[in-house]
Design a protein around this ligand. Sequence first.
Ligand SMILES: [Zn+2]
Length: 378
Amino acid sequence: MSVDLSSPSDLSCPDCGRTYDAGPDEPWRCDCGHPLEFADRPLPEGPAPDFAEIDTRAGLWAFEEFLPVSSRVSLGEGFTPLQNADTADWSENVQFKLEYVFPSGSFKDRGATTTLSRAAELGVEKVVEDSSGNAGAAIAQYAARAGIDADIYVPADAKESKLAAIERVGATPVRVEGTRQDVTDACIEAVESDDEDSEDWYASHAWNPAFFAGTATFAFEVAAQRDWEVPDAVVTPLGHGTLFLGAYRGFRALKEAGWTDRMPRLLGAQAAGYAPVAEELHGSEASGGDNSVADGIQILDPARKDQILDAVEQTDGDAIALDAEPVADALDRLRRGGFYVEPTSAVAPAALAELRERGVLDRDDEVVVPLTGSGLKG
Ligand SMILES: [Zn+2]
């Protein structure tokens, strides 16, 4: 399928089939309430290239043939290192993908480069996003690179270091009192207000399909770095499913393109007390306990929960919830192993250990685990 990348892809709803023209005033979700997708789903023609034939100078945009967005806003992101884990006895046959090695210090840059590229394609003047952490910093930084204004809605008690990262690149943090949901609600209210002078375009890491087109590149890189041998399983942190669903879509596209021959099992690691997917799969006890360590994935109502459950089903996957203690242990072990990551990153290695303990994964299964955010942000 060939796609004219000079014209932005229209949007369509996978649930009810409505379509919407691309433009700066395009809706952020379908009238039926469902998240929208791109109408175009480009795939490359021809066989998978040898790794040496891939122009890694283009970063993740080396896989532009898979992307329904053209590269306009980039900081050279992508091709993060894939390293043998070697941090504990359970880390045999495990590779870490160092997703904290990105310009803003987290994997969210995969989605920020494609989302701001889409915004630039559409001629958007201002983007808005709601985030308590890495997504806000990534959108702010790529908006700065694009010369596009950005308002980032944050909880009133957000960490000073996160606010500083947003302010120093020229974006505007908008503090909102109340719960994390109140922050999202305030942001959506701004998007939906009819004020003609301020067309706000919702650059949401939970809703915007451009973000998920970007996180799909995780799968392309993993497969390429393993010479197109798909691992048996991928274990990711799971909140809104930004990386989990991106990985699913990426591996699915690779298989459809004939570049790989199978899907990995997709396994999600949630924070206890915030584990709607694990609850759906295993009952309400599965989400028991509390986890204030993994603050990046404390999401009770993921926008794409049905798609996450579908990805679990399609790949013989699973999702489990982790208490604070094993995550804190895994964090300590990671750092002592030389991987200087933030606490939320440790939830996936902690889940891997638990999944092996429970027999969901065998010791000889080859597993890739993304380490999602840098410890340097404080
Ligand atoms: Zn719809």
